[in-house]
Design a protein around this ligand. Structure first.
Ligand code: CAA
Length: 387
């Protein structure tokens, strides 16, 4: 029996800023952002969206009524949680009408939460192949206006149905981990924006990639040329390129591997960092934009969450689904967004529910998403289903 990703859905904000506009506003050479960082556009999340609504919007596109009955596990990976007690998974389960006979909870380990969810769900389905699991990975990446990290912001959600006989990716029982207590990036409870030691975080990412890659190679006697493509957590797309370049001389056909990497970073360069969802947006990008993929191709996935946890694992492409439809859907989502000015972005960036008990309601009329956040009253978040 095979187990893995059967369906995958994506949501991001209808607004973005252009990285050339941001570079001009910050007196930087646009080439630094476009080439040095590898980002072209950045999603800007309006106050009417949070991780709950974004995840529900991503999942709603892929779930059938049959899925909703069969799902008995909902795992929400996020580092942008909306409550210190109640999980975002429970809100989404209710918004989507998923069976109440499900186990629903939230998990956290920075950007690694999506992968932790996928692997827990895979293990669950191996024991209970007749059921299905929903894994949600949603975040809003914020470093602050006028900070070095600003160019690496973004946001959105990926939703995945994990099942037996998956149509997209069969997750292999082959994985390597590395974890250590590192202060490279974190967000204390009193802050909206992350605290980050940017250059240190880059070197830790690179180190964790080396550790997990070497461990995986030794355990499973595989080389880089066993893989059709390697995909990465992409806090910004140059980071993944740097990691790949660090092992590319192990390959006999480096151009082919680099070509697949280009396909896997196209959408991330247009959205920015999704934290937990970033690796899975990269997988979507590969599936949509590669012309070299075939059934049974081996795909490597490197997941990294600051603080820090790394994992390298692998899967085989089932290729039993319509990849051209996925590309059409993704290109539509990304092309229908509106470009906003840096002034509009700065205003939107500073509008959110405050970190205190104040009631606040937003005007949701301009947000055409299915699920929106109306605001907060008497300490209760108010979610609306629009259509
Ligand atoms: N033309 C072309 N390239 C240029 C250039 C120009 N005119 N000017 C500069 N560059 C290049 C630099 O050479 C550099 O390239 P290399 O990294 O290949 O050397 C690149 O642009 C970036 O330049 P700087 O290092 O000078 O940039 P910076 O100091 O302003 O900060 C950053 C970069 C550290 C990534 C910062 O954006 C940041 O702190 N980001 C947030 C943290 C982050 O994303 N860390 C990633 C690892 S942690 C993780 O993965 C978890 C997570 O999701 C956060």
């Amino acid at each position: 029996m095979t187990v893995g990703i059967d369906k995958i859905g994506f949501y991001t904000s209808p607004y973005f800023i252009d990285m050339v506009d941001l570079a001009h506003a910050r007196n930087e050479d646009p080439k630094k952002y476009l080439i040095g960082i590898g980002q072209k556009k950045q999603a800007v999340i309006p106050p009417t969206q949070d991780v709950v609504t974004m995840a529900a919007n991503a999942a709603q596109k892929i779930l059938s009524e049959g899925d909703k009955e069969k799902i008995d596990l909902v795992i929400f990976g996020t580092e942008t949680g909306v409550d210190n007690s109640k999980s975002a998974a429970i809100y989404v389960q209710s918004l989507l009408g998923i069976s109440k006979q499900a186990r629903s909870f939230e998990i956290k380990q920075a950007c690694y939460g999506g992968t932790a969810g996928v692997q827990m769900a895979v293990d669950h389905i191996r024991l209970h192949p007749e059921s299905k699991a929903l894994v949600l990975a949603a975040d809003i990446a914020r470093y602050g206006l006028n900070t070095p990290g600003e160019v690496t912001q973004g946001g959105g959600a990926v939703a995945m149905v994990i099942s037996s006989n998956p149509r997209i990716l069969e997750v292999e029982d082959k994985r390597s981990f590395h974890s250590d207590n590192i202060m490279d990036f974190w967000r204390p409870l009193y802050r909206h924006d992350a605290v980050v030691d940017g250059h240190y975080s880059n070197s830790i990412y690179a180190d964790f990639f080396q550790q997990t890659w070497m461990d995986y190679r030794q355990k499973y006697h595989r080389t880089i040329d066993d893989f059709r493509a390697l995909t990465f957590h992409l806090p910004y797309t140059k980071m993944g390129l740097k990691a790949l370049r660090s092992i590319i001389d192990q390959s006999k056909h480096p151009e082919a591997i680099l070509e697949q990497f280009e396909a896997s970073r196209m959408y991330n360069a247009l959205v920015g960092n999704l934290y937990t969802g970033s690796l899975y947006l990269s997988l979507i990008s590969l599936l949509s934009n590669s012309e070299a993929l075939n059934q049974d191709d081996l795909i490597g996935l490197f997941s990294y969450g600051s603080g820090a946890q790394g994992e390298f694992y692998s899967g085989r492409l089932s290729d039993q689904f319509d990849r051209s439809q996925l590309k059409t859907d993704m290109d539509t989502i990304l092309s229908e967004r509106s470009r906003i000015t840096i002034e509009q972005y700065q205003e939107m960036y500073q509008t959110f529910l405050p970190l205190n008990e104040e009631d606040k309601l937003f005007d949701v009329s301009s947000d055409n998403s299915c699920f929106v956040l109306k605001g907060r009253k008497e300490n209760r978040r108010i979610y609306l289903t629009k259509n």
